[in-house]
Write a protein that binds this ligand. Structure first.
Ligand SMILES: [Ca+2]
Ligand SMILES: [Ca+2]
Ligand SMILES: [Ca+2]
Ligand SMILES: [Ca+2]
Length: 154
């Protein structure tokens, strides 16, 4: 387990992934050109933490290839790893399913067709390009750039 303190940006998680970002508002980024996750778990810890897939190819060409579920606490892209204590997700190149949790989440899709759910809390959902589907869930939610949207007040 690699543990770091303060506000961090952790990049290039090659090989086995097992990181605890600790206190502070951290961003853990997958920016290597791979289509699967390996290893055990990523922990955001305290603070508003971001799981950043911008620039990554996780999930590859498989339309169901990438799922990030903050409520159930996992990311699946061929392999599956635990993803604990994160509030925000930035999607990558692949079509993605991004699911929030009870916290106020920022969930941003990528250029392809994404399905994004905020769940409880005041969430900000952004589909970006593609024919995206957004569901704010309960709370005072803001949804941007969706073709189909439900339960968004703003
Ligand atoms: Ca943290
Ligand atoms: Ca999209
Ligand atoms: Ca919500
Ligand atoms: Ca939420």
């Amino acid at each position: 387990m690699r543990t770091v303190d303060g506000d961090d940006r952790i990049r290039e998680l090659f090989g086995t992934v097992d990181v605890d970002a600790g206190p502070g508002d951290d961003a853990i980024a997958f920016d290597y050109r791979d289509d699967s996750v390996r290893g055990n778990r990523l922990v955001g810890g305290a603070g508003a933490d971001t799981f950043d897939l911008g620039g990554s190819f996780l999930g590859g060409d498989d339309p169901a290839g990438l799922v990030v579920d903050l409520d159930q606490g996992f990311v699946r892209a061929r392999g599956t790893i635990d993803l604990l204590g994160f509030e925000n997700v930035i999607g990558g190149w692949s079509a993605s399913t991004l699911i929030g949790n009870d916290a106020d989440n920022l969930l941003r899709g990528g250029p392809r067709t994404d399905t994004i759910e905020g769940r409880a809390g005041d969430d900000h959902l952004d589909g970006r390009d593609g024919a995206d589907t957004g569901d704010g869930g309960t709370g005072d939610d803001t949804c941007t750039a969706f073709e189909t949207v439900t339960a968004c007040e703003n």
